[in-house]
Design a protein around this ligand. Sequence first.
Ligand SMILES: NC(=O)c1ccc[n+]([C@@H]2O[C@H](COP(=O)([O-])OP(=O)(O)OC[C@H]3O[C@@H](n4cnc5c(N)ncnc54)[C@H](OP(=O)(O)O)[C@@H]3O)[C@@H](O)[C@H]2O)c1
Length: 277
Amino acid sequence: MNSAAQQKLANQVVIITGASSGIGLATATAFHRAGARVVMSARDPGRLRQAAEPLRGSPGPDPLLLPCNVADRAQVDRLVAETIRHFGRVDILVNNAGIGMIAPLDATPPADAAALMATNFLGAFHCSQAVLPHMKERRAGHILNIASVAGLRGIPNSSLYSASKAALIAFSDAIRIELAPFGIRVSVLCPNRVKDTAFFNNAKRYGSLGLYHIRVTLTADAVAAAVLKTAIRPKPIVVIPFVSRAANTLNKFAPSLVDRFLARNMPKPGPVSPVRP
Ligand SMILES: NC(=O)c1ccc[n+]([C@@H]2O[C@H](COP(=O)([O-])OP(=O)(O)OC[C@H]3O[C@@H](n4cnc5c(N)ncnc54)[C@H](OP(=O)(O)O)[C@@H]3O)[C@@H](O)[C@H]2O)c1
């Protein structure tokens, strides 16, 4: 990152949800290195403390750790109020907390479906609504939502997950226009599969399904770098890596070709092979 970019992020107050692991932790680390004042949030306070340990005592203020379940509106309101009490403002909100589920439709438990939507979609809604009065008053702010390529193109056996991310993309598109007159920016990032996070190990899995057979190149650090780049130069939507941008374009013009690719690479029911992050 060049020094002009670094200057832009220095002292910015950034809330990152799901910051104890994977993309959220990489993003918190990258913002912290850039001199931002980082608020790290996730449900499990012990894991959050442990994850933030390497960031403590380094140059710049220690991250503020605020445990919060984004599915719970009262907890989200406390997260935002405590951030403002501590740092005086919120400049950037990264809605990253998310969970996965790999399940054919007939094996998808309704309670899990509701829990997934409550975290992946309503979590971002809660956090965005909670920072809104403050950002509107300051006529400034940037909301960055971490969706997925699965929201651009539904993935079989991940229908609920895909729907939660499609909802997040549509939500981002809508509020980007709605909030622009108040000086608030909204971006949505759609990464493809990331190879070094706990996501697939933590994902609920039903129907003995493995993962798609695709080449995975993206790292949590690469997604974090894209988040920072977008925070510096806001863009409506960011799809990474390049091959996913190409696939997204192909899907718009020849969706049945993408259907065939997905059907061919779809894992068949059978013994679940261990998933390595
Ligand atoms: N990994 C991928 O291939 C991939 C690809 C595209 C998009 N994404 C998206 O990227 C985001 C981060 O995924 P990741 O791969 O970094 O996963 P991860 O390593 O499993 O991290 C998930 C983080 O979210 C937190 N979290 C989960 N449920 C929460 C809740 N209800 N409230 C608050 N925090 C919660 C977890 O901590 P606690 O459990 O302690 O709460 C953890 O810090 C997700 O939104 C995911 O959908 C991932």
